[in-house]
Design a protein around this ligand. Structure first.
Ligand SMILES: [Zn+2]
Length: 674
């Protein structure tokens, strides 16, 4: 029932508390707030050095690594009390409230630890956080199979009279919690439950094994490769190690060799994949679903595998003509550069689309960087949110011990009438040991507390931007600027959710909706009217010429259809592998057919790309999510913002109808204009 507290989140339709006006009235404006742009261009904005340490994120126990133990024990104690309470409370809305408190008690510590274990510069903190994650994980597993706890929720769901009296959000959350119990097989008899547990363990092992295998290099006798290309690869004695596809290499032969060797099927990896797919199918059927895809898609916007396939087929049809044109362009370029061998092959796609982009548009990043200082970009976001939503971002002074690194900035997100909405910690700068991954972390979910106050959401945004130098502030390439907007889209999704329960807060929404708010922000980042508000040369103050912005936008369209077509192929493959079992053909034969039908470039004999498809593990039947989010974001942009990207009425509607719900309330309704 608590799987919802992890970052990969199941969820279903959910409705927000309408008209919530901030519990104890409007929050006061703090005097420690300063303008957001200056905070990022200024050299250092140190946190208070005096007084007592407040602990990480203001959690008092977390002033030292040992504090994790204490925080965790407190959470586990609270959990036990709440389990007791849940088991003795008669059916009613109280039950749902207690379940959400229970989930909150564990998430508050687990989510925070999840972040600290990968991002804290101090090893002792990372280690303590890791230990806490493990312990809370064990607790979650125990609760997932606690029959008494499940029983109390079942009683509520079975009581039609009480259920009918609940508001829609409460009803939804009750069903979501039940769904989490069910997919762990709690309704099964003892023997089957044991089988489900065994299968889960087996699947976890197979997943790890597959992930390792997906990245292993392939080794060949060096005599096999023509001598003049050997230097492109790592040579080990008589062997050559091929560690990847070398997709950007300018030599066609190198890419061809890498493709054929790296994707040469490995028998063990093939067996591992087949066993993984079969075990997933068994597990799904054991807990009552037709296929693994049916189980995975419950609670998403698409809902069923049929709907996903319908979406992918429609998308593929729409792309078809443009993809053909893209392939023709790439082939034309190959003909020009390599006339003897000009047939376009799968190893050519990324390389020649890059060549075309560079040839047609000069979008050398260093021409753009001076216009995108981090401070200017933050001011741009501030201006945009202000116009659209009446929201301002302020840099807030932090307390001693609150941050894990001194260059982190804390932003207060403040609405003109509702006051403080939540906090975003911006961990934007590179440092040793920090994962190179742009990422959004929920630290605390929003929820309406028993005392009527709203628990404010807290998130971290992690980027890897360069530090400022003696001569210039931090300057962003166009790609970094777009990523900043993307990640801020996730953060605002968290800030604007006003659900009663944290189980469905902000980004805890269906996987296939999760990227809508962030991809939508990419549209804003590519619009001249928006960019022109903030892109100023950091030395001269000159604005970025319109022609440069258009060039950037045009360059993104080059071969975009073919790129998306490739993603459609991957998504279909993921659906077929997780569909009806036993599979009608081998995974390689399915790949070949799907590639010809949904991609267009020929299958290369004796290759098995699926053995390198590591996303099969994490996304399992949900790889289509990104494509679906992109399709919806594009509709929202066209219908709501393309006319005027600063339209306040549209901004308000977007917030009310899409973001406030954590994404669950049939987002399609809004795009259709209902
Ligand atoms: Zn994202």
């Amino acid at each position: 029932m608590l799987s919802g507290c992890r970052r990969a989140l199941p969820a279903a339709l959910r409705l927000a508390v309408r008209g919530w006006a901030g519990g104890g009235g409007r929050r006061r404006v703090s005097t420690s707030w300063s303008p957001v742009g200056a905070a990022f261009d200024a050299k250092q904005q140190r946190s208070r050095l005096t007084g007592q340490s407040t602990g990480l994120f203001g959690v008092p126990e977390l002033s030292s690594p040992e504090g994790f133990q204490e925080a965790q024990e407190k959470a586990l104690q609270e959990t036990e009390q709440l389990v007791q309470k849940a088991c003795t409370t008669p059916p009613g809305p109280q039950i749902v409230m207690i379940f959400d408190q229970l989930s909150d008690a564990l998430c508050r510590v687990a989510d925070l630890a999840d972040f600290v274990k990968i991002a804290h510069p101090d090893f002792a903190f990372r280690e303590a956080a890791e230990e806490t994650c493990r312990n809370i994980g064990t607790m979650v597993e125990k609760l997932n199979t606690n029959i008494e706890l499940c029983q109390s929720l079942k009683q509520l769901l079975a009581d039609k009279e009480v259920m009918d009296s609940l508001d829609p959000e409460t009803r939804q959350v009750a069903e979501l919690f039940m769904f989490d119990f069910e997919i762990s097989g709690i309704h099964l008899d003892e023997e089957k439950r044991k089988r489900a547990v065994d299968l889960n363990v087996k699947i976890l092992d197979l997943c790890n094994q597959f992930l390792i295998g997906a990245h292993l290099p392939n080794k060949i006798d060096k005599q096999i490769l023509p001598e003049h290309i050997r230097y492109n690869f790592a040579v080990e004695g008589n062997y050559i190690q091929i560690t990847g596809l070398h997709a950007d290499c300018s030599d066609d032969l190198v890419r061809e060799a890498a493709y054929k060797i790296f994707l040469y099927p490995n028998a063990e990896q093939l067996r591992c994949l087949e066993e993984l797919l079969t075990s997933r199918n068994h597990l799904a059927q054991l807990v009552g679903y037709n296929t693994f895809a049916h189980r995975a898609l419950q609670g998403t916007m698409a809902r069923t595998p049929e709907k996903v396939m319908q979406f992918l087929e429609t998308l593929s049809d729409r792309l078809f003509q443009r993809t053909l044109k893209d392939f023709e362009m790439m082939e034309g370029m190959k003909m020009k550069l390599n006339p003897q061998n000009s047939k376009l092959m799968p190893w050519d796609h990324p390389y020649y689309s890059g060549v075309l982009r560079a040839e047609r548009y000069n979008i050398e990043p260093s021409l753009y960087c001076p216009f995108f200082s981090l401070g200017a970009c933050m001011e741009g976001l501030n201006f945009l949110f202000n116009q659209l939503l009446g929201i301002s971002l302020y840099a807030e002074q932090t307390e001693k011990g609150e941050l894990w690194c001194e260059d982190v900035r804390k932003l207060a997100v403040v609405h003109e009438n509702e006051g403080l909405l939540g906090y975003i910690y911006c961990d934007f700068y590179q440092r040793a040991d920090k994962p190179h991954q742009d990422c959004h972390f929920t630290i605390r979910g929003g929820r309406l507390r028993k005392d009527g106050e709203y628990q404010l959401p807290v998130v971290v945004l992690m980027l890897s931007l360069p530090h400022s130098t003696k001569n210039s502030p931090t300057l962003l390439t166009p790609g970094m600027m777009e990523n900043l907007f993307h990640e801020m889209g996730h953060a605002m999704h968290s800030m604007l959710g006003r659900t009663r329960y944290q189980h469905v807060t902000g980004t805890r929404c269906p996987t296939d909706f999760a990227e809508v708010p962030s991809i939508l922000m990419e549209y804003f980042a590519s619009d001249y009217r928006v960019v022109n508000q903030f892109a100023r040369h950091f030395q001269t103050g000159q604005s970025l010429p319109k022609s440069m912005v258009s060039r950037l936008c045009e360059s993104k369209k080059i071969c975009a259809a073919a790129d998306m077509q490739l993603q459609v192929f991957y998504a279909v493959l993921d659906q077929l592998y997780h569909g009806e079992h036993p599979l009608k053909r081998s995974t390689t034969e399915i790949l070949k057919e799907t590639q010809e039908k949904f991609y267009g470039l020929p299958y290369v004999p004796k290759t098995a790309w699926q053995l390198r498809f590591s996303h099969l593990v994490g996304y399992g039947a949900k790889y289509y999510s990104y494509l679906m989010s992109r399709a919806i974001a594009s509709m929202v942009w066209k219908q709501c913002f393309v006319q005027n990207p600063f339209d306040r009425a549209m901004g308000e509607r977007y917030r009310r109808e899409m973001l406030a719900h954590g994404g669950g309330k049939e987002p399609m309704l809004m795009v259709q204009g209902d």
